[in-house]
Design a protein around this ligand. Structure first.
Ligand code: NAD
Length: 357
């Protein structure tokens, strides 16, 4: 038995340790956590739906390395046994279990704290994210129906595109099932933030690990709005043309990868990295680590749209607070105005799909 004093000290020590982590590198360095004499964080079950895919595999690896995960549940309609066997040999804290085929989806989901969804088809050159709608909308709808049934209280991180529509689809599915909690549903836009940080650091010649850039709006083309006027460290030397070029490159980052892969899919490795960062932030929030703030596409009052990406504070129940946009430059104000109609139409399309099919 530990006394309430020592258990308080234990919790404090875990929180201190977790909040001191500023990057995924630190997590990787700590991956012997469970075998050391240090305190073990609370048990957390994380489920990856689409675990055998281009994103799913490296994302599952990164989650296997995350010491905040105690149970990693992998699900796909193909190939899960191989990925599960392979990953299970890594000597990290989490136990890995794999499930394949719809009949096993419930078992994969039961008891989940966090479900990450990278299931669905990726883009080919010449396609927009919206071109994926017809297939991915149905996949996300089906998976969310099962989440509502088997783990209605889990946080849900949606990676499957078009995120601007798949998140509204998920919300409608959860509403119909009576399980919707807007604090628990997230569209993963972290890759936009990761790209904005990388491109800004290179242009401004500042250390990338020190860079912060909020990215707001949505997750497709012009709906991706990086706020370089709020970027830190400040780089006053950057001209307006350079900021415009950085904005465009961030918006087109996905297409840059799709074209480079020449028909073999879209971003998988950088997406897995970004997805793992966001999942780690969600787990830290669940564990009570203070001041965990990330950008995400969530239910929002920041604009007139029902969903919008902006900075959110994460906590024990998911979204604790949706933060406002802060001061925008004139170009950013224009960008915001321009993105609203496109984002609105993608959101409406998702809501309509969920309710008519
Ligand atoms: P992929 O084709 O390599 O993998 C997708 C996986 O999903 C496959 O293993 C497939 O078997 C599985 N799958 C299909 N239907 C399923 C179902 N009903 N249940 C469970 N699994 C199912 O594709 P990928 O490159 O990993 O991309 C996955 C998705 O992520 C795409 O929609 C892509 O557009 C999206 N994406 C999002 C971002 C982002 O920033 N949010 C970035 C890149 C890609």
């Amino acid at each position: 038995m530990i006394s309430s004093f020592s258990s308080t000290m234990l919790i404090r020590s875990i929180l201190k340790k977790q909040s001191s982590l500023s990057s995924y590198n630190n997590i990787l360095r700590r991956n012997n956590y469970s075998s050391s004499s240090e305190c073990v964080p609370p048990a957390r079950k994380v489920v990856v739906l689409g675990a055998a895919g281009g994103i799913g595999q490296p994302l599952s690896l990164l989650m296997k390395l995350n010491p905040l995960v105690s149970m990693l549940s992998l699900y796909d309609i193909v190939g899960t046994p191989g990925v599960t066997s392979d990953l299970s040999h890594a000597n990290t804290r989490s136990q890995v279990v794999g499930y394949m085929g719809e009949g096993n989806l419930g078992k994969a989901l039961e008891g989940a704290d966090l479900v990450i969804i990278p299931a669905g088809i990726p883009r080919k050159p010449g396609m927009t994210r919206d071109d994926l709608f017809n297939i991915n909308a149905g996949i996300v709808k089906g998976l969310c129906t099962a989440i509502a049934k088997y783990c209605p209280h889990a946080l849900v991180n949606i990676i499957s595109n078009p995120v601007n529509s798949t998140v509204p689809i998920a919300s409608e599915v959860f509403k119909k099932a009576g399980t919707y909690d807007e604090r628990r549903l997230f569209g993963v836009t972290t890759l936009d933030v990761v790209r904005a940080k990388t491109f800004y650091a290179a242009k401004a010649q500042v250390p990338v690990s020190a860079v912060n850039v909020p990215v707001v709006g949505g997750h497709a083309g012009i709906t991706i709005l990086p706020l370089f006027s709020q970027a830190t460290p400040k780089a006053d030397s950057l001209s307006e043309e350079e900021i415009t070029a950085l904005t465009k490159r961030t918006q087109d980052g996905g297409t840059e990868v799709v074209e480079a892969k020449a028909g073999k899919g879209s971003a998988t490795l950088s997406m897995a990295y970004a997805g793992a960062l966001f999942a780690d932030a969600c787990l830290k929030g669940l564990n009570g680590v203070p001041d965990v703030v990330e950008c995400s596409f969530v239910e929002s009052n920041v604009t007139e749209l029902p969903f919008f990406a902006s900075k959110v504070r994460l906590g024990k129940n998911g979204v604790e607070e949706v933060l406002g946009l802060g001061p925008l430059s004139d170009n950013e104000k224009q960008g915001l105005e321009a993105l609203i109609p496109e984002l609105k139409s993608s959101i409406d399309k998702g809501i309509k799909f969920a309710n008519q099919s």
